[in-house]
Design a protein around this ligand. Sequence first.
Ligand SMILES: Nc1nc2c(ncn2[C@@H]2O[C@H](COP(=O)(O)OP(=O)(O)OP(=O)(O)O)[C@@H](O)[C@H]2O)c(=O)[nH]1
Length: 824
Amino acid sequence: MARVQSLTTEDYRQNLENGFIQMVNYEEEFNSQVSQFVRDVGLYNADLDYHVVAVMGCQSSGKSTLLNLLFGTQFRTMDANTGRYQVTQGIWLSKDKDFPILVLDLEGTDSRERGEEAASFERKSTLFALAVADVLIVNMWAQDVGRYVAANLALLRTVLELNLQLFQNDREHRKTKLLFVLRDHVETSLDLLAKTIRTDLEETWKNLQKPSQFENSTVENFFELKFVSLPHMVLKTEEFKAAVTNLRNQFHIKGNSPDSMFPESYRRLVAADGFTTYANNIWETIRSNKEVDIPSQREMLATVRCEEIAEEVYLNIHHKFQNWNETFDMLKRNSKGNFEDLYEKLIDDLGDQIWQIMMEAIEAYNNGTKRYISSVSEAKKVKLQERIEAEGKELFLRQLSLVEEHGLLFLEKELEHLASRTKPWIDFQTQVCHLLEKFWKTFRNIASCSLGEAKLLFKEVIQSKEEEFEQREQKMVERFRRSVVDKTIQVCVEKTGSQFRNLFITTLENNPQDIWLSLNRPLSSIISESLKELAICLNEICLDEDRRMSILKNVLTRFEEEIELRVKDLLSSNSVTMSYLYRKFDNCFRKDSRGVPRVWKPGDDLDSLYLDAKRETQSLLITLSEAKLTISLENLRNEVAIENLSDLMHDSEIVFEIFSVERRNTLEEKLEDYAKLAYTEAKRSQETIHTRSQIPSWLYIALFVLGFNEMKMVLRNPLLLLSVLLILPVLYVLVQANLHSMLFSMVLSKMEQYLPVLQGRMHSVTSTETISSGVNLQSSFDSPIPNRVTGNGTAKTTGIRLRKPNHFSQETVSRRRRNSAGSE
Ligand SMILES: Nc1nc2c(ncn2[C@@H]2O[C@H](COP(=O)(O)OP(=O)(O)OP(=O)(O)O)[C@@H](O)[C@H]2O)c(=O)[nH]1
């Protein structure tokens, strides 16, 4: 498990101020803030334009002092007055004061403080330095060269051995520059010292166990050896300073000149942004005692860095897309139903913009990963591309969905408006086409891309959205079309029903007896006309022929139902039905053939007229009890342009019962009562006229004589005279209104009661003439009208005895009998 150390913020700040940071601590933990340090010293974006220098050598050999002088760093150095002790523990990192050079100060070898573990850490830190540094400075005291110093020889052996282990698989054979800095150089020539070191190196190399392919290789196949000596720092300070300056300058020579410390071919090819990851990975591999293999480390770095760069690029693009998503969220909430307003706020070149952003992102990725293994970066690029394409498509789809949702809301609102008109079929299809056109224009504007690649990228998204919308839109239009068709049918059926109602009423008024037959022709033409109109309406709603045909067929049934409904509704009220029956009865009974009201004369055959009228009325009742209509649509063929119309051509019969048996009986009873009353009145009128004609003229004289005193009394009494003067105009009005006969009849009826008394009185006065009562009772017995008032067969008013009823249906009669028996 990776072990990391983290500094407190304050410690890190202090480190940064000093310009160094402990990269690996004494406990071999890698510092997690190195990455931040590289950023803070301004090297993160240096790409490959930076170098790494590391220094190794014995403890207290002046390594830190040298680095500080060469690179302007501020590594801590030993205070000579305090005695020799270990200053640098672990591995420290700093940056050249002026140049893009990272400087690693390694813990001194043969550390007394570390004791037995010193060798282990020495190997690890050397391996690490060889892996990350372009130049490895080997710091040695000049006087130790050529002498048997175990520490020096061991150090050289370690360097060679570990370098071989590291780079044996590196096909690029990147060399490491080994810069031997010989300190306190006094007498021996540098060449001689260098030669000695070379000899030691070659000897060590020879003794190394090497892979077979490197059997014949030399040290210089892996290293470029450079030797520099510095005069004594204390004894020859000026010379020392000059030599240091000279060496320092060499680090600043760029390019591939022989004096340059950093030839191109020695670069580790780790971009600055990946340095920390690379160093961390290597250190962790070393620390966990695994074999460090530079190519695989590079691959690992490439993998990690490409992923990091891809993530960075993705987050950047995601952030941009997120802003659009937020805009769409806002539009979704606020633009409901306002399609035009929405269109104003949408991005009509979103596809192109997304594509451009994606291209910029890929370019950024390419730039960021160009220093890493291309196979790795390409593989990661494919994944990144897929990811941002998916997100781009989703964003594009969101805008299209917004158009779709608001478009459908808009469409629904407009269709609702169209369907709610009084005549919704008018221009329905034209309006629908207009609406759809408006929507699709917006949709296509929003979906269009001018860049060919963008078109290709969003092609599928657009297609699937188009299909989805088409389906939803058709469903919605169909829903409203159905509702418009229903409303159209309803209007047509109601109009037809209303026309039929008027026709029915007129026919019932004029020709009730043959009502059904009379209705057939006009009804057929009403229905033909309605079907023709409906076919035209359906055409405007844009229905195909099959549907129109099926609707017309169904509508015929609806017409039949409506006709039945209207007839039943009109005759639902008994009083209305009875008014037609009464009228029929009256026309037959109370009026003559010319329609003139009859004035009953004694010679009129009342019974026959009564029976005929009843028969006629009863026949009408039977006619009205069941409807029998025949609709013929022969004329329709020329009017409606629909093929297969022949299905409608056959005559259709409409037969339905209007009155149930119970209701018919009720109507019959009412009719019977009415007829009886009419007969009674007629009979009474006839008899009254007969009685009046039998009053002798002397009776009027007698009345005058007998009433003379009363007349005198009236004339003398103003109150009575006033009463008479008031009554006389009333009588005059009654005469004018032809009501006098009725009043007269009533008066006579009253008089009849007193007539025998009057006759007796008169008889006793005159004894000349006998007067019959004036009423042929026997003839009344022959009357067909039953006594309807009393059960004992004596009329209350007339005293006429009447026959039992026998002219309505037998059933009615028997029922009435039963009722009568019940009431008794
Ligand atoms: N004689 C001599 N002394 C030097 C030279 N350079 C540095 N010193 C002294 O050597 C001592 C150790 O110097 P450092 O730079 O701390 O040595 P170091 O190798 O970094 O020490 P550690 O980090 O502890 O391994 C200090 O007292 C320096 O003043 C030199 O060129 N000649």
